[in-house]
Design a protein around this ligand. Sequence first.
Ligand SMILES: [Zn+2]
Length: 757
Amino acid sequence: MLIPRKKYSIRINYSGILDEESRGFYKSDYQSVDGNREYVAVTHFQPTYARRAFPCIDQPDTKAVFSITLNHKKGYTALSNNELISKECIETLESCTSKFKDTPIMSTYLVAFIVGDLVNVEGKAVVDSKDREISVKVYTYPGNFEKAKRVLVYTIDSIQYYSENLKIPYSMSKLDSVILKSASNAMENWGLVVYEEVRLFDWDGFGSIIEKSKLSENICHEIAHQWLGNLVTTRDWENLWLNEGISNWIQYKCSQRLVADPDEKARYYSEGYQLFLKRDSLVKSLPIVHKVKNSVEAHSMLNIITYFKGAAVTNMLENFLGTDALIDGLTSYLKKHSYGNVDTDDLWESLNESSNLNLKEIFDTWVRSYGTPLVYVSETNDKRVLVLNQTQFPLKENADVGADTVWNIPLSISTSLKPEFKYQSMISRKESIIELPLAQPVDENCWYNVNTGLYSMARVKYSDKLFERLLRGVEIGSVDIVDRIAIILDNYEFMRFGVGKTSDILKIIQAFSREESMYVWKLLVDRIYELTDIFYGSNTVISRLLPKNLALPISNLSRKLEKIKDRNDYKYFAGMKPKIIKLLWLSLDQNILDKAKSDYEKFISNLLFDTKDFEIDSTILSIGVSEKKIEGFDAASRILLDDNISSKKKEMAKTSLGFMCDKDSIAATFRFALSDKLKNDDGMDILISLAGNFCSKGYIKDGVVANIEILKKIKNRGKLEKFLKVYIENFNYTHEAIGAVIFLENHGITIKDENFR
Ligand SMILES: [Zn+2]
């Protein structure tokens, strides 16, 4: 019988496997310099995969000290969280035993070990004011030195940045990073960070400040975790935003120190900041902090809301408290809970102490409610007095959960009447009246902005009059870049969910036609494209007006893009070109139609067809094929089946079939894609792009219904599911999408992806 309070030791003999998937203890493969397939054995334990490698109580709050010893083949490098203390080899057996120093007390999901043929570069980082140095190494597979060197520089700089700014020296005596060809994204294991190579380096515009920033942001993120997550760990997975959201915010502070991108703000708000917004507009969106009952749910916490909405909350705290005060608060939170576990209340408590405010009372709603507040703004007769009404977005009538939440919303109000004027206020009721301390009333030509610089995460809907005045400000250049970005972000969601008029998109296009920032354009093109997709063929006024209104600004943008062709960040912005080309096609731009026609003639007449940029050239060619309707289909399908034609040209023919727009060609493409004439999964690839093409929308359903018996027999279920997801997502109305799902289920086809359902 076990005696209470007596300490027992348990010894468990166990064996495990080297997993093929990147979880637990698994095999990561790469191609060696002489073309052989080689492996590195590596671990990935977050959130609940440590139990796949060794018996443990696999919860973040059951911390332990780990003593790790690895037996491995001689000549291989063995790494773990802490430093190597001994290595003994038996020559006759060609094997070695590497023993590592005990880890600090830590969570199981952060334990790591790696064995493989690895090379490294090394340096030192200074971690405190007494010049204490730690060893920093970056390992990778042989032949990958240059990338390792780049990672080393940013790793050293970011360790120093956090040690200095969080006022807590990095706590271990070494930090190794490993770049692998295949891995589970990136993982912040304490003292042994693992990166998948594409995650760090797969950015367009090599050597540009954007590419450098993206590399350093990723490194800054994982290094931030050495404090936020590793030294201080969340008690459970439901509070994961404390690790991920805050790290996702602070990575930009760190990266800005490392790379100093002059456009950091524009890039942050048009990219990283806004990623959660579309997800958070859905009625099924969950709060940042919510109950996690099992390991499947723990896994699903690694999502957009945790990372990006968590970062946006932190960003709002920064606006409200000031950067220094927030970082001071984080320092006391980290110091107080070092080697321990925390939940959201612990963060509020530390921030309360450093700010003398009750932050739980003010901000807890932001992390515990789904969605964000939507603030309606209108003006009174006294033009210094504004009326603000808040409601929950997504709108409650669309949602099926909970009562309408009322938020405390910090606001920063500005007006074009007085550019230096910024009035900070907080609204805490459904309806609030704000009197601005202005000496003279705002006249008819001036705009107000109640959420200047995206001070809070609220979405703002202005009365028609105020909206038009704000857009006039955009037109004449008196609205700051972050506020211009906010106008696009907010109004896109409003149009999508029936809060705003669809015609607002036309006003926005008009107001932004002279926009200079490529970041703003990149965001705007993305949103316009999606709205075009939604409205296309909907038989509404907007679906007719949109193409007409797009023609001029989009062709101007296309020329603007040509002008920056020699810049090293061109490729990054050129990513929007295929969308621009499709929008020009839709607005019947004569240049695009002419180019598409002549490319088509060259393509089918076997003239030399030179492609400089595959994606752009094949987009234009595809338009040519699509415009020719059934004749285009015949030509493209013939090329695809001709064994004497180059694979590149066949690839273009395949792409072009996804662009078919008329009823007969779409039906023919459907039959062709499902016939046994095509090799591999070419047919499914064609169907996937066809389903994602806006002009096929009305006809894809006919194809699915007509060919349901063949679809049922498709062997590659992954591709089939991908096609069906695109097909269902493309319905304009939920009831149509549900009808399509029921039809499929009645024919024995279910979509497995739980998130999608
Ligand atoms: Zn992270």
